[in-house]
Write a protein that binds this ligand. Structure first.
Ligand code: 3PG
Ligand code: MG
Length: 396
């Protein structure tokens, strides 16, 4: 795989696949620009070499062609500020305007293409669409780790139309950091898995059972375990069809000698709202009409102690509904423990993308852990041992 530093972009038009799938509020303002800022070094390297940059990305999951809500034009002003120069915009990724703007692009200039998913061909991995896109640039740079698990036109299929294909700095850093917790790690190795559903995490949890010393589970998925073990979970989120699987995981952890740790207590609420009435009960003792929205202080104490003694930490998924400030206590406490382990115990800590990355960044801890991934599903699939199409396309 050719890396950015092995390539001189002087006089070249670099077609750069980025993952600018960022959250926007209802005024179309970016509420978390982590994924954009992460690409600055890549873009800067190309521009410094004397190249120009054509940025392409998806935003959201538009189903019926061009949709105002999913237009990448909402990013243009922010990008111009972040990259410190006016960013041009083509309102159709493969239209005549895109062709003309790309053709006249000068060294040092940046052009952004409209949302690739406005064409259904993108997600289908359509070869003709990929070929049209490829004509816009001289070299393909893939820096979209967050989308590398998709075999889409711009993330993978396009590779066949370039002799020059290069992995960006984000892609490299993501792969290096993920590899670090797959290879020989320093022990104790603790994985903290949270989030709403077991079904999203099951494959990676199974893989982790072969590697970790401690597996801490938190968040919505634990109510499925509690119910499977015969506890009362009231109206808490759970997956009835995953209860057997939950019991199997508990058995597997035992067989493999992994210390599986689940919440001892739950902060339950009388409705799904930040201003709900709340009270803490032991796990498995949630009455009807109540639902668990966070881990309790006993769980925090036990989890924190394990985390602070760890030398390698992987965290993916929040401990509760952290979007509600009153139920973010558990997630924030875990973030603090991970920071402490990193700063005081010299642990290597990797925060998986999506919600846990947002939680860590929102709490201002992004720079105080070893690495915050920009990938959600992509990181999980990589950890599961799958080949990511976006990476394979760079290697072919
Ligand atoms: C993500 O945010 O998970 C990536 O940008 C991929 O988006 P997708 O899940 O809609 O393919
Ligand atoms: Mg996703």
């Amino acid at each position: 795989m050719k890396t950015l530093n092995q390539y001189n972009f002087a006089g070249k038009k670099a077609l750069v696949r980025v993952d600018f799938n960022v959250p926007l509020n209802d005024r179309y303002e970016i509420t978390d620009d982590t994924r954009i800022k992460a690409t600055i070094p890549t873009i800067q390297k190309i521009l410094n070499d004397g190249g120009s940059v054509i940025l392409m990305s998806h935003l959201g999951r538009p189903k019926d062609g061009p949709t105002e809500k999913y237009s990448l034009k909402h990013l243009v002003n922010a990008l111009s500020v972040i990259f410190n120069r006016p960013v041009k915009f083509a309102d159709d990724a493969i239209g005549q305007q895109a062709i003309d703007l790309a053709a006249s692009l000068q060294p040092g200039e940046i052009l952004l293409l409209e949302n690739l998913r406005f064409y259904k061909e993108e997600e289908k991995g359509d070869v003709a669409f990929a070929e049209k896109l490829s004509k816009l640039g001289d070299v393909w740079v893939n820096d979209a780790f967050g989308t590398a698990h998709r075999a889409h036109a711009s993330t993978a299929v396009i590779g066949q139309f370039f002799t020059d294909k290069v992995s960006g700095y984000v892609m490299q850093a993501e792969l290096d950091n993920a590899q670090r917790i797959l290879d020989n790690v320093e022990r104790p190795y603790t994985a903290i898995m949270g989030g709403a559903k077991i079904s999203d995490k099951i494959l990676v949890i199974e893989k982790l059972l072969d590697k970790v010393d401690n597996l801490i589970l938190g968040g919505g998925m634990t109510y499925t375990f509690t119910k499977a073990l015969g506890g009362q979970i009231g109206n808490s989120i759970h997956e009835d069809d995953k209860m057997e699987l939950a019991l199997e995981l508990i058995e597997k952890a035992k067989e493999k000698g992994v210390n599986l740790v689940m919440p001892l207590d739950t902060v339950m609420a009388d409705k799904f709202s930040n201003d709900a009435s709340k009270t803490t009960v032991p796990s498995g003792q949630i009455p009807e009409g109540w639902e668990g929205l966070d881990i309790g202080h006993q769980s925090i104490a036990v989890f924190t102690e394990i985390i602070e003694q760890s030398k390698t930490i992987l965290w993916n998924g929040p401990m509760g509904v952290f979007e509600f400030s009153n139920f973010a206590v558990g997630t924030n406490a875990i973030a603090e423990a991970v920071v402490k382990a990193t700063e005081e115990n010299g642990a290597f800590s990797l925060i998986g993308g999506g919600d846990s990355a947002a939680a860590v960044n929102n709490a201002g801890y992004g720079d105080r852990v070893s690495y915050v991934s920009t990938g959600g599903g992509a990181l999980l699939e990589y950890m599961e041992g799958k080949t990511l199409p976006g990476v394979a396309a760079l290697e072919a």
